[in-house]
Design a protein around this ligand. Structure first.
Ligand code: PEP
Ligand code: MG
Length: 580
């Protein structure tokens, strides 16, 4: 047994040691493990059950397509059934499970590959085509075996570390934190919504490993070191001891930082900094308050839309009111739905766009679906009567878009007045600055908006033309790129000139490494996941605005991102702490 160490991108910090659990969605990964003599009979039953389910599935497809498609197409499925009913193949699988004690998925996959290889060498077009049939059946059988072998993430009842090719934000949102110690994925990047969700739930996570699911097997002992960004498979006893100590140090640091909860976020030179929370799932409300947040800077309303059925006005109103009430008189900034891109929900997924990040997402989706948009706006307005609610539109690209969205909000206000339903007549309506055009036109947008909130996750993506969820080009996704810093400076300057309230709610706001940079650029209102709030506050309390400004002035004179990073890191170490 040898130890393997793989690197990835830290999505949510922490250190966990536990058993691996491979969770498969979409892409079929063949789990490979040996079974004991005692498990042979149940493994064969699993295989038989999967055969039955697969046959039923195929018969179902045949019925569905009967009459609609050509005979040739229907025949494909007849030949699939014939393969499944071939007693020789079935017998071979059984025999191998008994003799080689390999699990059913592994056995089926090996036999399929053997068959495919032998067919590939035959000069006969008909037989060659059967290769596709066999690989299709292989996939179906393995998928059905997986259904019996792996329950959904929600039903996991023992402590495990989940490994998956990818997870959707909703799969992550539904994770049971009690049992899922951490998760690791092949895909994803730091600002993908799955990563954001992991931070929200405080589940340590590493994403973008590219191939972790082909390295780890079910039940392997693993260390997820989401402090240094590494996964250690089959660690040595010394490594386990070492990481248990790290885990302890990390916990102590967290406890130490927690003492800051009720202390003000004031710099050495007495400048008050405001720290708000980003809500991604309702469970966070309390954690955010307990971490000492001064309200909600970004309420991502998408979680309400996770189900296939749309939430009606009343349901949305009650959720918004609950949060507004809970934080009152502190502000709660509710962002209208931002679906699309990596946040795809059932009802927006009727057609696939070629470039979803550049497609019909966020405010574009809302303006296209005005009836839905109005329901949400009415619900937010009604909630504003019960607290200090602000209404925010995501991904504003053009000035007309903001004017139109605002006009719809004003129409909804008129409706509510007519219906004598109370709402805050002075509700602030603002926008997220997350597209370069909004930065460039910020001075004009300032005439129409009540506040700006900078969404650096998307701003960096659109400014640098780097897909925020791509693990392949994650190295390019860098908020310290000079162009990003120049942009942020420009926004802060425009906001100051126009007395426009300004906050920042992208992940950058919640990364202690960037706190000095943001303060130096002119930001005073930071909204973030609770997990980093104490660290950010600690940093705020350890610096003066004057030294942050001085640092930023020096940064803006540098050209290479690496040099900027080095200077930021050096300063961070001086002011805060270094990782063990
Ligand atoms: C952002 O883009 O920075 C942001 C906060 O919005 P989201 O991550 O939900 O796209
Ligand atoms: Mg965004």
């Amino acid at each position: 047994m040898s130890t393997t160490i793989t690197k990835g991108i830290i999505a949510s910090p922490g250190i966990r040691i536990g058993k691996a659990y491979l969770f498969q969605t979409g892409k079929i990964i063949i789990p490979k493990y040996t079974i004991s003599e005692n498990d042979v009979a149940s493994e064969i039953s699993r295989f038989e059950l999967a055969i039955e389910q697969t046959k039923n599935e195929i018969k179902g497809i045949q019925e569905q397509i009967a009459g609609n498609l050509s005979k040739d197409t229907a025949d494909i499925f007849t030949s699939h059934l014939m393969v499944l009913e071939d007693p020789q193949i079935e017998e071979k699988v059984r025999k191998e499970i008994i003799e080689k004690k390999k699990n059913a998925e592994w056995t089926i996959n090996d036999i399929s590959l053997e068959l495919i290889n032998s067919l590939a060498s035959i000069e006969d077009d008909y037989l060659r085509e059967r290769i596709i049939d066999i690989s299709d059946i292989n996939k179906r059988l393995v998928a059905n075996l997986q259904k019996t072998a792996s329950p959904s993430l929600q039903s996991i009842t023992e402590e495990v570390i989940v490994f998956a090719s990818d997870l959707t934000p909703s799969e992550t949102a539904l994770m049971n934190k009690e049992h899922i110690l951490a998760f690791v994925t092949d895909k994803g990047a730091r600002t993908s919504h799955t990563a954001i969700m992991a931070r929200a739930l405080e589940i340590p996570a590493i994403v973008g490993t590219i191939n972790i699911t082909s390295l780890v097997k079910n039940d392997d002992l693993v260390i997820v070191d989401a402090v240094h960004g590494q996964i250690i498979i089959d660690p040595s006893p010394e490594q386990i001891d070492e990481f248990r100590r790290y885990q302890e140090d990390f916990r102590e640091l967290e406890l130490e930082l927690a003492k800051l909860t009720n202390l003000p976020a004031k710099t050495f030179d007495s400048e008050e900094i405001f720290i708000y929370g980003n809500i991604d799932v309702p469970e966070e409300m309390k954690i955010i308050k307990d971490h000492g947040a001064q309200g909600i800077g970004l309420f991502r309303s998408e979680f309400l839309f996770l189900d296939k059925s749309l939430p009606d006005e009343e349901k949305q109103f009650l959720e918004y009111k609950r949060v507004a009430d809970f934080f009152d008189p502190a502000p709660v900034t509710i962002r209208t739905i931002d679906v699309g891109a990596d946040k795809v929900y059932a009802y927006t997924n009727t057609y696939r766009e070629r470039n979803p990040s550049l497609g019909c997402r966020a405010i574009r989706f809302s303006l296209e679906n005005e009836a839905l948009f109005k329901i949400q706006i009415r619900a937010i307005l009604r909630a504003s009567h019960y607290g200090n609610v602000k209404l925010m539109f995501p991904m504003i690209t053009t000035i007309e878009e903001f004017k139109k969205a605002r006009r719809i909000a004003e129409e909804s206000m008129d409706e509510l007045r007519r219906e004598k339903i109370p709402f805050d007549e002075k509700i602030n309506i603002g926008l997220m600055i997350e597209v370069p055009s909004a930065v460039i036109n910020a001075d004009i947008l300032a005439k129409y908006a009540d506040f700006f909130s900078v969404g650096t996750n998307d701003l960096v993506q659109y400014l640098l033309a780097v897909d925020r969820i791509s693990e392949k080009i994650a190295y390019l996704y860098n908020p310290l790129n000079l162009s990003v810093l120049r942009f942020l400076r420009q926004i802060a300057d425009v906001a100051r000139k126009h007395s426009m309230p300004l906050s920042i709610c992208g992940e950058m706001a919640g990364e202690p490494h960037y706190t000095m940079v943001l303060l130096g650029l002119g930001f005073r209102h930071l909204s973030m996941a609770p997990i980093y709030m104490h660290q950010v506050k600690k940093l705020v309390r350890s610096v003066s605005i004057a030294e942050c400004v001085e640092m930023v002035d020096s940064l803006l004179k540098l050209e290479d991102t690496e040099d900027i990073e080095n200077m930021v890191r050096k300063k961070f170490k001086e002011k805060f702490y270094d990782l063990p």
